[in-house]
Design a protein around this ligand. Structure first.
Ligand SMILES: Cc1cc2nc3c(=O)[nH]c(=O)nc-3n(C[C@H](O)[C@H](O)[C@H](O)COP(=O)(O)OP(=O)(O)OC[C@H]3O[C@@H](n4cnc5c(N)ncnc54)[C@H](O)[C@@H]3O)c2cc1C
Length: 447
């Protein structure tokens, strides 16, 4: 099977690596951008495609796009996207800082198509990564194997493949076709018959569970829904205020990184409910109105069961039997359902792809430096960067859009500094207008 070599390979074409592609074109020497490739396992570029619901909105300002906080004059801004699709005036007229999720998704696709030199290839799934060493044991390249049997070697590797979905262990013995994680919501619901009166359970008490609960009422209008939550009731994200929001600034990353371990722990704990375990006030209001209208109209097709611990799950014939333990009384009951929807979020530890790579490096602990470069044992002339999985060292905003533009600059500048001796004389570090870069037949997005 074929092996290709590029200077920089970025795995995943989500916001993190698309912001990187933009930074490479704007900040890097042309030779680096020309020899950079982003691979994406999806057939299209879509943002959070599992929950790409028509009414769902982004939770951060449109100004926290892939580039504006780093370079407000960039042609890759969300505003320029709006202008190019003819919606700038109506977006302004909406009077909202938070775009629909669907338009962020389209913006990402527009950025990928607008790249001049960095290539984006779709339908390419990375299966594994391992280091290549020379005779002295120095790591000189990364070998990335793809699902199509080919492989790519690169001196620089940037992993921005998101996080792994969390499926609670109680579902280990339950067939996959009965258990749907929020990351699969849209594609799996599309396979179901909208007319059937499914009995479904939604698990989890945060935003993704709430969005599925709401969407199911339209997508499977005859279904009977039980929403199982561990807490006593639903809660909003901790109220937005400008002081806590400052802790999502890219400039806060330094302050967080420099903190001692106890300090980082305290900050993450204090900020937890600003980003996790909550629901947006707007969605809570819609949900409550839905329950109220059911009371008004005498309908009984949905309910919330609070203080419920899911203690076991098994399949009996065509049903899933969920064992629920009431956290108030300790009473155990059984609930029979056809389908379970998991709004259980993501695994806290590093994604399996990164853990498997770390095992090939003999790493006990996976850590990155301030510029997101993986700390590897022994000598290396190759470098690997991790995006979006460094909350423990870089703060709560690490998995969010809030920092992608500046993080992309940190990584790009680290790579430029690292390759400097080999490429002396190349232009470096200045902001280039992407239009001035040479266009090649391979440039831009390859479907
Ligand atoms: C439903 C939902 C809503 C969200 N809303 C917001 C919000 O409003 N604001 C905000 O700031 N953050 C939000 N987030 C957080 C979200 O993580 C970030 O916005 C952002 O998507 C992170 O970008 P990323 O590129 O690091 O990862 P992702 O967006 O997850 O992108 C990773 C990409 O890598 C691809 N990929 C994965 N594995 C492989 C592989 N092995 N080979 C090749 N490609 C691969 C995936 O297909 C995907 O395209 C939301 C998250 C979810 C789940």
């Amino acid at each position: 099977m074929t092996n290709r070599e590029v200077e920089l390979l970025a795995i995943g074409a989500g916001p993190s690596n698309l912001a990187l592609a933009v930074a490479l074109e704007e900040l890097g020497p042309p030779t680096l951008a020309q020899n950079s490739l982003v691979i994406e396992r999806g057939k299209d570029i879509e943002w959070q495609q599992g929950l790409l619901l028509p009414w769902a909105k982004s939770q951060v300002s449109f100004l926290k796009d892939l580039v504006t906080l780093r370079n407000p004059r960039s042609k890759f801004s969300f505003l320029n996207y709006l202008q190019s699709v003819g919606r700038l005036d109506s977006f302004i007229n909406m009077g909202s800082f938070t775009p629909y999720r669907v338009e962020i998704s389209e913006y990402l696709g527009w950025v990928a198509k607008s790249l001049s030199t960095v290539r984006v290839e779709l339908g390419r799934e990375c299966l594994s990564i391992e280091p290549c060493r020379d005779a002295s044991g120095t790591i000189t390249r990364w070998l990335t194997r793809l699902a199509d049997g080919s492989s790519i070697t690169s001196r620089y590797l940037v992993i921005g493949a998101g996080r792994d979905a969390y499926r609670p262990p109680v579902f280990d013995g339950v067939p996959e076709q009965r258990v749907i994680h929020s990351t699969q919501y849209r594609s799996r619901v599309a396979e179901l018959s909208a007319e059937l009166p499914y009995r479904v359970a939604v698990i989890g008490s945060a935003q993704s569970a709430a969005e599925m609960f709401q969407a199911l009422q339209t997508d499977l209008p005859n279904c009977d829904i039980v929403w199982i939550i561990r807490s006593i009731t639903l809660r909003a994200y901790e109220a937005y205020n400008q002081f806590t929001n400052e802790l999502y600034f890219p400039s806060f990353v330094d302050s967080f990184f420099e903190a001692r371990p106890e300090g980082r722990e305290q900050i993450l704990q204090e900020m937890h409910r600003t980003n996790y375990s909550g629901i947006t006030p707007a969605l809570l209001e819609t949900l409550y109105a839905g329950f109220y209208l059911d009371r008004l109209n005498g309908r009984q097709r949905k309910r919330i069961v609070g203080m419920a611990e899911l203690t076991a799950a098994r399949t009996i014939a065509d049903e899933i039997a969920l064992e629920l333990t009431d956290r108030r009384t300790g009473t155990v009951s059984e609930l029979r359902r056809d389908l379970v929807f998991l709004g259980t979020g993501f695994v806290r530890e590093m994604p399996a792809l990164i853990r498997r790579m770390a095992a090939t490096l003999g790493l006990d602990e996976i850590t990155v430096n301030r510029r997101y470069r993986l700390n590897v044992p022994g000598p290396a002339t190759a470098a690997c960067y991790l995006q979006g999985v460094n909350e423990a060292t870089h703060g709560i905003a690490d998995s969010l859009l809030s920092v992608v533009a500046n993080r992309a600059e940190d990584i790009t500048r680290d790579i430029i500094a690292d390759r400097q001796p080999a490429t002396e004389g190349q232009p470096d570090g200045e902001i280039l207008d992407g239009d001035t870069l040479p266009w090649t037949a391979e440039a831009g997005m390859v479907p």
